[in-house]
Design a protein around this ligand. Structure first.
Ligand SMILES: C[S@@+](CC[C@H](N)C(=O)[O-])C[C@H]1O[C@@H](n2cnc3c(N)ncnc32)[C@H](O)[C@@H]1O
Length: 460
């Protein structure tokens, strides 16, 4: 049984009334709901989990538990996520080609969903302030096969300097007091106090002040938390409407199991009923709050700025003909997804790393970048070695140069970094899959040995 603080219980008895509050407390003693999303970017391959119990209102999402050891997870076919946490990205209705920022993005649950909605067109900036978490974010973006992401490890302030009035959509999945996660992570209860709730609300406003600067006029802001606290939910949304003249948009989610925000918890702002609330007693998932808002102003104002920026495009760091040839000898043997077909025109080289950028900066950027677009690989003396991210991105398309590992033993051996004996006429770089899910590069020499190119940092 969860040891909920007395002040917490008293607060929710006051807000909800005794009967509803007791329902909430007893639901918090039940097991948390587990679910996963299936990646629509990857080439369609049957997965081994049951798809019988879909999460309401979310496409390609199902209740069920998956493990980080499963081949489906390793190759980026599934992502484990709290079902309620799937809603902020789902209500963003991101359109292919838009410029999207996920400001508080790690570990990447919502980033991967936004990437799917963009279908690798447009730009996805995924930012995380903590360096260790940003590395995990990068790995998840890579595994998911997203090719149009800029992954950064920055403060919201530094990002706002680089991207004024720039994004069509910004998701702020804010750091919060985490009340909605108490039954999943009971340790979070130790941090709870009403003072902590108010500190979080202050921090949320500071993050949002920066997000507002980066949103183009008319752009959409998705604000979400995993807490029940009105100070961090309805009151913050109401503040955005007063401070910045944002309007609250309808999420278009209509399901009896999903509650709405409360006007009376946000200075009687009537539009707060358009926001979403997830309570454990409603049975969808963990606690979550989500709102979609719009910045005032017209789209044209942002388009003008975009045109101005285009003039300054730099074309230094392009590949030489010779370098293009080395890269082409390897990657032209694979079927490239649409966004990489004209890689010769787009690719840049930096410290021998060849990449197709998600965004080109006009000067030397001060931003701390972990990944920009797709790393094609590394130029070594007179040869080119393809990078791991490229293997994950090539997994979008049905490929022919593939070695499908024969059984679980071979798969585990490969994950450990071992070489594998294969019977194949293929020579040189090949993609490596298990159960037809591509997860790595490998290289076959004349002696029918598959050399291991699974990155050392990911080996088990
Ligand atoms: C709720 S989590 C994000 C979860 C993520 N969106 C997902 O779906 O996987 C909030 C994130 O905000 C980050 N954060 C903490 N303080 C921050 C700040 N001052 N500015 C921006 N992000 C911050 C945390 O490191 C954390 O990764």
């Amino acid at each position: 049984m969860l040891n909920l603080p007395k002040d917490f219980k008293d607060k929710y008895r006051d807000l909800l009334g005794d009967e509803q509050a007791e329902k909430m407390f007893s639901a918090m003693d039940e097991n948390s709901k587990k679910a996963f999303r299936v990646n629509t970017l990857k080439n369609k391959t049957p997965i081994s989990y049951s798809l019988d119990n879909p999460v309401p209102e979310i496409d390609h999402a199902y209740y069920g538990e998956i493990s980080g050891e499963d081949s489906e997870w390793v190759s980026g076919y599934v992502y484990s996520q709290d079902p309620a946490a799937m809603f902020p990205a789902a209500i963003s209705t991101v359109k292919t080609g838009e410029k999207v920022l996920d400001l508080c993005a790690a570990p990447g649950g919502k980033t991967t969903a936004l990437g799917e909605q963009l279908k690798n067109k447009g730009l996805l900036v995924a930012n995380e302030i903590s360096v260790s978490r940003a590395r995990i974010l990068r790995e998840n973006v890579e595994r998911w096969g997203i090719s149009n992401a800029l992954v950064t490890n920055e403060t919201p302030e530094n990002l706002a300097e680089a991207f004024p009035d720039f994004f069509d959509v910004i998701l702020v999945d804010a750091p919060c007091s985490g009340e909605g996660m108490f039954r999943k992570n009971p340790e979070a209860i130790d941090y709870w106090s009403q003072t902590y709730v108010l500190t979080c609300a202050q921090r949320q406003k500071m993050i949002l002040n920066e997000a507002v600067k980066m949103l183009r006029p008319g752009g959409r802001l998705i604000y979400s938390t995993c807490t029940f606290a009105p100070e961090e939910d309805e009151k913050i949304v109401d503040w955005l409407t007063k401070e910045y003249d944002f309007s609250i948009l309808d999420s278009h989610i209509k399901d009896d199991r999903i509650s709405t925000g409360r006007s009376d918890w946000g200075n009687d702002n009537p539009d707060l009923v358009k926001t979403l609330r997830f309570w454990p007693q409603d049975g969808v998932g963990e606690g979550q709050f989500a709102a979609i808002l719009q910045k005032p102003g017209k789209v044209e104002e942002a388009t003008k700025k975009k045109r101005k920026n285009k003039k300054n495009k730099r074309d230094t760091l392009r590949l030489t003909k010779n370098e293009q040839e080395l890269v082409g000898q390897v990657i032209d043997k694979f079927k490239l997804p649409e966004e990489l077909v004209d890689w010769r025109k787009k690719a840049l080289v930096s410290n021998d790393h060849v990449f197709v950028p998600a965004i080109e900066f006009t000067g030397k950027t001060k931003l701390h970048i972990l990944n920009n677009g797709v790393e094609l690989g590394v130029l070594k003396k007179k040869r080119f070695e393809p990078g791991h991210q490229l293997a994950e991105v090539l997994g979008q398309v049905k490929q022919e140069r593939v070695i499908d590992l024969a059984d679980d033993k071979e798969y585990q051996d490969y994950l450990h970094g071992e070489t594998i004996r294969v019977k194949s006429d293929l020579r040189g770089f090949v993609l490596v899959s298990y159960k037809n899910m591509i997860f790595s590069f490998g290289k076959i020499a004349g002696n029918q040995v598959l050399k291991n190119f699974y990155p050392k940092g990911l080996r088990k």
